[in-house]
Write a protein that binds this ligand. Structure first.
Ligand code: OOG
Ligand code: MG
Length: 262
């Protein structure tokens, strides 16, 4: 049975409180085992509405669990979709305050900015390729609000796919100057390589993640407007960080994104 609206609102508030106080909570499907996919996205949308009502603008969309490495790490086998807000953004090289977070991890992501509207269902990769304005490299800081970073797909959808902070850096490039499938990414922590992959790790081609997002949005009655920034998902497994760590994600042809944790 679907959750009633009061429960949806209460769960959105519960998850946002966990974010604001940096305290973990048990995954919500433990208390609501009958919740369905629609409930999960309704909670995420309620979370987004709470943030927007507070003046926190939605500045991008994110695809998650789009690479085998991420799916294997989290024990989940389907991609998920969420949003990022203005307050989550930090400048390249910035220090992220660890005290504001629960148990952050970092992921290197290829980000695509669109120049025309995209609408599903039936969105095709060629339409996404034609709609790319430019490509930029990013690092996402994910911070599940769930204890021990353990969840099922419905719980993580409700928790806005662990979205927490992100940094866009390096330099932007036109898609036709790049081969997004063979584009190499090297992730370093404190000067040591901790993971590496190529763009094809993301669903065979990072643009395929945008296709999946557009078709998902259609199922929620929404489209992807021109000018959207889409984070296509971690190319490697996510790497746990603590105070004092510094991260550099080196992207072939796109430069480096760096950040520190203090
Ligand atoms: C879910 C979010 C995953 C990605 O890029 O794969 C994600 C999680 O692993 O906590 O953002
Ligand atoms: Mg991510």
């Amino acid at each position: 049975m679907p959750l009633d609206n009061a429960t949806i609102q209460a769960l959105a508030e519960h998850l946002e409180n966990a974010e604001h106080t940096a305290r973990d909570v048990t995954k919500i499907t433990d208390d609501h085992p009958s919740m369905d996919w629609d409930d999960a996205y309704r909670i995420q949308e309620a979370l987004q509405a709470r943030k927007e009502a507070r003046g926190q603008k939605t500045v991008g969309l994110k695809c998650g669990l789009t690479s085998r490495a991420k799916m294997k790490q989290m024990g989940v086998d389907l991609p998920c979709f969420g949003f990022v807000s203005d307050y989550m953004a930090s400048a390249d090289g910035a220090e992220i305050k660890i005290a504001e977070l629960i148990h952050p991890k970092v992921e290197a992501e290829i980000c695509i900015v669109t120049k025309t509207d995209l609408r599903g269902p039936g969105c095709h990769i060629a339409q996404v390729l034609a709609a790319i304005d430019f490509v930029v490299p990013g690092v996402e800081v994910i911070d599940s609000r769930y204890r021990d970073f353990k969840f099922d797909l419905k719980s993580v959808l409700a928790d806005n796919t662990s979205a927490s902070r992100f940094v866009i850096g390096g330099r932007s490039r036109q898609a036709d100057e790049l081969d997004l499938r063979t584009l190499g990414v090297v992730l370093e922590k404190n000067g040591e390589i901790v993971a590496m992959a190529a763009g094809a790790a993301v669903m065979g081609h990072p643009a395929a993640a945008v296709v999946a997002l557009v078709n998902h949005l259609a199922s929620r009655g929404r489209d992807l407007p021109a000018g959207s920034m889409v984070m296509t998902g971690g190319v490697t497994e996510a790497i746990a960080v603590k105070a004092g760590d510094s991260i550099a994600a080196r992207f072939q042809d796109l430069g480096t994104v760096s950040l520190r944790f203090g």
